[in-house]
Write a protein that binds this ligand. Structure first.
Ligand SMILES: *Cc1c(COP(=O)(O)O)cnc(C)c1O
Length: 446
């Protein structure tokens, strides 16, 4: 496979963009990223004309794949042709807001913004204003975008900035605890509860491996928030309209968060974010309330059209059956393959998310319960070896993934997540033969 054009583009990019990219993870592939020319269904074609089965799918937004259904394409093109945006309200924003409020159980009102990061920034500000408190409890190994409150590692008693440029004074207002550990959350509330404005949590940790919650974990968080008067914020930027279908992960897990952050899928491939929740809370955003929130591009008509038409298409077609069915087939196929080729590895995922984490699980035999992605089943013989929190994935064989496995997949025409931490995403444009081809490639590459 020839990658000369990508190599040369990367060479030029390194001179004018930090690390040659506009978002860090894109530079992870070894020895250099391939540059994309165009998409086609479940595939992408790179600058050298190579075709790949694409499981990156924009890192989550492209639930339908690279081809826009006719109605979606027409909506996007006509909105763009009518003048891209106005700085004044449009009907399409109202329709999109109505759709989300109708389908997501806890969402009565919504404010659209331009990225998932912007959504979590605004949700934290809102929670702090509502409660008059400072601290946000987050999960180690979670991801909530590139923002000061959540770029924090360490633990509840010793939070530290995880990026240069984040003041310690900001990190002091963040309480990181291990995911899936109700006792740790309880202890953090006992110490800091009077000043915890909110718990900010991904329903499934999906940015460092794919870590499924223990049974009842989110119920514990919900009751702690109730007990201490803190808000529960579900960050559904990745799970929203993917896990649990149109009711999102909160519907699947039957949890009633106070606020929900969205992004990715709700923009249909265009930049988007949103903060939804109970009217009494969301109405505190300006101009209804006094929590300042604004954005030149917020509720962008092209984005709103793309997002709404995507969601309508999902409501009217067998999108979730298709993507979840292929997701299941991939997880089952992978667990058969690793049983033979790499019994120490762990299959994770849910719905249309899948991943093979290169855990070092002492080769304990793959159990029945691994066949559809780890569910934190205590009866499973591999329970102790499976990731319980995103940070566990750091101990996996990340170099083997990056230097040996991923290039071997790419050379077989399969693009899996750009590093060991990101998820793989199934799209409506993927086919059964994409799945079979991918499973064959895993057999070769492992
Ligand atoms: C992607 C992601 C974000 C950040 O969204 P951006 O649009 O990249 O700013 C926040 N939270 C979660 C859970 C995400 O997956």
């Amino acid at each position: 496979m020839n990658h000369e054009a990508s190599r040369s583009l990367y060479d030029r990019a390194l001179s004018v963009m930090p690390g040659g990219v506009n978002s860090s993870v894109r530079a992870a592939p070894q020895p250099y990223p391939i540059f994309v020319d165009r998409g086609d269904g479940g595939h992408v074609i790179d600058a050298d004309g190579n075709r790949y089965v694409d499981w990156i799918q924009g890192l989550g937004p492209l639930l339908l794949g690279h081809d826009m259904p006719e109605g979606l394409q027409a909506a996007v093109q006509s909105r763009a042709a009518e003048g891209p945006m106005y700085g004044m309200p449009t009907e399409i924003e109202v329709e999109h807001a109505e759709f989300v409020c109708r389908h997501v159980p806890s969402v009565e009102m919504i404010r659209f913004v331009n990225s998932g990061t912007e959504a979590t920034v605004s949700a934290c500000r809102l929670a702090r204003a509502i409660t008059g408190r400072n601290k946000i409890l987050i999960m180690q190994g979670g991801y909530h975008g590139a923002q000061e409150t959540t770029l924090v590692s360490g633990d509840a008693d010793d939070p530290k900035p995880s990026s240069a440029g984040v003041p310690q004074a900001f990190a002091d207002h963040t309480v990181p605890v291990p995911f899936n550990d109700p006792a740790a959350a309880e202890a953090a509330f006992e110490t800091h509860g009077d000043d915890i404005a909110a718990v900010l949590v991904e329903p499934i940790q999906a940015n460092m491996g794919i870590v499924y919650p223990e049974d009842g974990y989110h119920d514990e968080l919900r009751s702690l928030c109730d007990e201490y008067g803190s808000l529960l914020i579900f960050d559904e930027v990745i799970t929203g309209f993917r896990v649990g279908g149109l009711q999102c992960a909160q519907g699947k897990f039957d949890i009633d968060p106070d606020l929900t952050t969205f992004g990715k899928i709700i923009g249909g491939g265009f930049p988007v974010g949103a903060i939804g929740g109970k009217t009494e809370y969301v109405e505190q955003f300006s101009p209804a309330g006094d929590v300042f929130q604004a954005g030149t591009f917020s509720g962008h008509p092209v984005t709103m059209a793309a997002g709404l038409e995507t969601l309508r298409f999902c409501a009217e077609n067998d999108v979730y059956d298709h993507v979840n069915g292929l997701g299941r087939r991939l997880r089952e196929g992978l667990s058969d393959i690793v049983a033979d080729h790499a019994p120490e590895y762990t299959v994770v995922g849910s719905d249309s998310l899948f991943k093979l984490v290169f855990t070092r699980a002492d080769g304990a035999p793959q159990d029945e319960c691994c066949a559809n992605g780890c569910r934190q089943d205590h009866a499973c013989s591999r329970y102790d070896a499976c990731p319980k929190r995103g940070t566990d994935v750091r101990r996996a064989e990340t170099d083997r993934y990056a230097r040996l496995f991923r290039p071997a997949m790419r050379e077989q025409g399969i693009l899996v997540s750009q590093n060991q931490f990101e998820a793989n995403f199934v799209a409506y444009g993927h086919t059964e033969s994409d799945v079979e081809e991918t499973l064959e490639a895993y057999k070769e590459a492992l």
